[in-house]
Design a protein around this ligand. Structure first.
Ligand SMILES: Cc1cc2nc3c(=O)[nH]c(=O)nc-3n(C[C@H](O)[C@H](O)[C@H](O)COP(=O)(O)O)c2cc1C
Length: 191
């Protein structure tokens, strides 16, 4: 059974809800773990949690999640990504599978920029990026709430969430996340 890690930051819970869905999908066939990046892991602007990174060294696949902040990953996730530079020197994460997901307020909100950055990060490490192949079920007549991949994103999973505690990713967005987790686990198990 392969090892999948779902690494994410979430300020107000939307990305965490999506991370849980991704983890649920991955856990169907792999040993999956949710790993939350927190502000406490960052000291003087540097990600300082070697134990966190060592766990990722053992993973077959890592799925990254972040809210879109100002058209990019959150600062906390960027600190985490920067904290992996020693692994880059060593080529330690070469050929691990990678994938990504993001949430934002705007229908676009520049989420593509966030996912594109995550993919660039993965390519720098020599990781193998797995996109989202889930069809947009709006085209099959499903509602905005229930449709998978309603934002037609293939680089990774996008969820748009309205502002306010009463809003969370739609059931369709969560299903899309779950399917990404399943897909990554399938590839990791067959490598
Ligand atoms: C500092 C900051 C910057 C944000 N920038 C964007 C943005 O560029 N585009 C967008 O659509 N939403 C933006 N948002 C809204 C968040 O992306 C959105 O609320 C997201 O779902 C929050 O995820 P979380 O609950 O996991 O923290 C921003 C929110 C914050 C706090």
């Amino acid at each position: 059974m392969s090892i999948v890690k779902v690494v994410f930051f979430s300020g107000s819970g939307n990305t965490k809800a999506l991370a849980e869905a991704v983890h649920k999908g991955a856990a169907k066939s792999a040993e999956s773990e949710l790993m939350e990046v927190t502000g406490e892991m960052i000291e003087n602007g540097r990600f300082k949690n070697e134990g966190f990174l060592e766990k990722l060294d053992k993973a077959d696949a890592i799925i990254f999640g972040s809210p879109t902040y100002m058209g990019m990953v959150s600062g906390q996730m960027k600190c985490f990504f920067d904290g992996t530079s020693q692994r880059w020197f060593q080529g330690a994460w070469n050929s691990k599978f990678a994938a990504g997901f993001t949430t934002s307020l705007g229908l676009s909100g520049d989420k593509q920029s966030t996912l594109s950055y995550m993919a660039t990060f993965a390519f720098q490490h020599g990781m193998i990026w797995i996109g989202c192949d889930t069809p947009n079920e709006l085209f099959q007549g499903k509602s905005m709430e229930e449709a998978t991949n309603r934002l037609s994103s293939n680089t990774g999973v996008m969820s748009q969430v309205n502002f306010g505690d009463e809003y969370k990713p739609t059931p369709g967005d969560l299903k899309t996340g779950e399917l990404l987790g399943e897909r990554v686990a399938k590839y990791a198990n067959n490598k």
